[in-house]
Design a protein around this ligand. Structure first.
Ligand code: SF4
Length: 360
C-alpha cells in the first residue's frame, strides 16, 4: 500500500500539499535552521567507471587534479570563519592519498577547527575506515545511486549493491553518522523503481539522504540519455522528509544543473534549484570550499561548480538564499535527529491511502 501511495505522489498527486507537509515536518524537527556544510573536493581522480559520472577513469578529456594535504586543510579551515559547522572532504576513488595522509588531514582540521568532519572518499578497506573514525571523522557518505541490484550493476561496472550495503553497515558499526542517496531518472530507472528506492532508503535509517536528478555528462556513455526530472527529484526529497523527518536532507547542487532539463512547471520558480529543494523540505546546503583554480574541474556532471566565485562569495550567496526562504543559516555541527518517529509523520500526511494499521 505504501509503495502505491509514494508512486502517486511521485506522479504529482498533490505537490502543494506534499511540499507543505514536508516543510512542516522539517520545521517540527529542525525549526528554521538550515545547516551549511563546506565541501572540499580535493581530487578528481577516480579508478572507477560509473557510466553516469564525468570523473570516471576512462574519461581522458577531464583535466585531473590532486590537492596537496596542506591545501586541503587550508581550504577546510575556512569553515569556522564562514560559520560553517561541517567540512566535507570529498574525492573520487583515489587511493593515492594513503590512510595516514587522510588521517593527518582530519586530525589537523579537528585540532584547528570546531567542526564536524564528513568523509566522502568512496570504497576503502574496512580497516582504513576504522582508522579514519579513530582520527576523529564524524560522518561518511557513500552513495547507492539506485537500490535496484541490476541497475546498480549496469551503472557501476564491476560493483555490486550488496557490497555497497555491507559497507554502509560497517560504517554504521564504526560509529559514523552515515549518509547515502540516489540519482533520480538514471537511465533504466522506472518510477516504480524510484518509489521502491525511497522506501529502501527510509528502511536504511540513514543520517543523511541526498537526492538529485540525473544530469547527462557529454563525455560518458550516457551522454545522449534523457536527463532526470527536477520535479520528481523534489517530490522524492519531500517524501523522504516525511518518511525520515530527523535525517539531514540536502538541497543538492544537482537541483541547480537545469539547462536542458525538464523544469518545474511553476513559472515563478527561482533560478537557484536549491531554493526549490528548501521548499520541498530539505534542511542542508553544501557550498563549495574547493579552491577556485580547480573547482570547475570537479565535474561529476556538467554545470556542477559552475559558480566560479570565491568560497566566501559562494557561502554568502547560499546564506542569502536561505534567508529569502524565511529560514536561518545555522553554524551548528548539524547532526541528524533520528529520534523523531517517521511512520507517524508519513501516516499523518496520507492517512486516507495508508490506513492506520499497516503501511507495508
Ligand atoms: Fe568515481 Fe564516484 Fe564518479 Fe563512480 S561516481 S566514477 S566512484 S567519482
Amino acid at each position: 500500500m505504501r509503495h502505491k501511495t509514494i508512486l502517486e505522489y511521485l506522479q504529482g498527486r498533490d505537490d502543494q500539499g506534499l511540499f507543505a507537509a514536508a516543510r512542516q515536518a522539517r520545521e517540527d524537527t529542525f525549526g528554521r535552521d538550515v545547516y551549511l556544510r563546506g565541501i572540499v573536493e580535493f581530487s578528481n581522480f577516480c579508478c572507477k567507471k560509473c557510466l553516469y559520472c564525468g570523473l570516471r577513469a576512462p574519461n581522458t578529456r577531464t583535466q585531473r587534479y590532486r590537492l596537496p594535504p596542506e591545501r586541503v586543510v587550508e581550504a577546510a579551515c575556512l569553515a569556522p570563519e564562514l560559520e560553517l559547522g561541517t567540512v566535507v572532504l570529498q574525492s573520487g576513488d583515489d587511493y593515492t592519498y594513503s590512510t595516514d595522509t587522510i588521517r593527518a588531514m582530519v586530525e589537523e582540521i579537528k585540532r584547528r577547527c570546531d567542526v564536524a568532519v564528513t568523509l566522502s572518499l568512496g570504497d576503502r578497506p574496512l580497516e582504513e575506515l576504522a582508522r579514519f573514525r579513530q582520527s576523529g571523522a564524524d560522518r561518511y557518505l557513500i552513495k547507492l545511486e539506485t537500490c535496484d541490484p541490476d541497475l546498480y550493476g549496469r551503472m557501476r561496472p564491476g560493483e555490486t549493491l550488496e557490497r555497497r550495503l555491507e559497507l554502509l553497515e560497517h560504517l554504521r558499526g564504526l560509529g559514523f553518522e552515515i549518509g547515502s542517496g540516489i540519482i533520480v531518472g538514471l537511465p533504466g530507472m522506472s518510477l516504480e523503481m524510484l518509489a521502491s528506492d525511497i522506501l529502501r532508503l527510509a528502511e536504511l535509517d540513514l543520517d543523511m539522504i541526498a537526492v538529485g536528478p540525473f544530469v547527462p555528462h557529454p563525455r560518458t556513455p550516457l551522454a545522449d540519455a534523457p536527463p532526470g526530472c527536477l520535479e520528481q527529484s523534489l517530490r522524492a526529497a519531500a517524501l523522504l522528509r516525511l518518511l525520515c523527518p530527523g535525517s539531514n536532507i540536502p538541497a543538492t547542487s544537482a537541483l541547480n544543473a537545469r539547462p536542458g532539463m525538464p523544469v518545474a512547471s511553476d513559472a515563478s520558480a527561482p533560478e537557484d534549484g536549491r531554493a526549490l529543494g528548501l521548499r520541498a523540505g530539505c534542511n542542508v546546503i553544501m557550498p563549495s570550499l574547493t579552491p577556485e583554480d580547480v573547482r570547475g574541474a570537479y565535474e561529476i556532471y556538467p554545470g556542477k561548480n559552475a559558480f566560479t566565485a570565491s568560497a566566501r562569495q559562494s557561502v554568502e550567496r547560499v546564506r542569502e538564499l536561505i534567508r529569502q526562504e524565511g529560514l536561518l543559516p545555522s553554524p551548528a555541527l548539524g547532526f541528524a535527529r533520528k529520534s523523531v518517529y517517521s511512520e507517524t509523520t508519513f501516516q499523518a500526511f496520507a492517512p486516507d491511502v495508508c490506513g492506520s494499521a499497516s503501511l507495508t
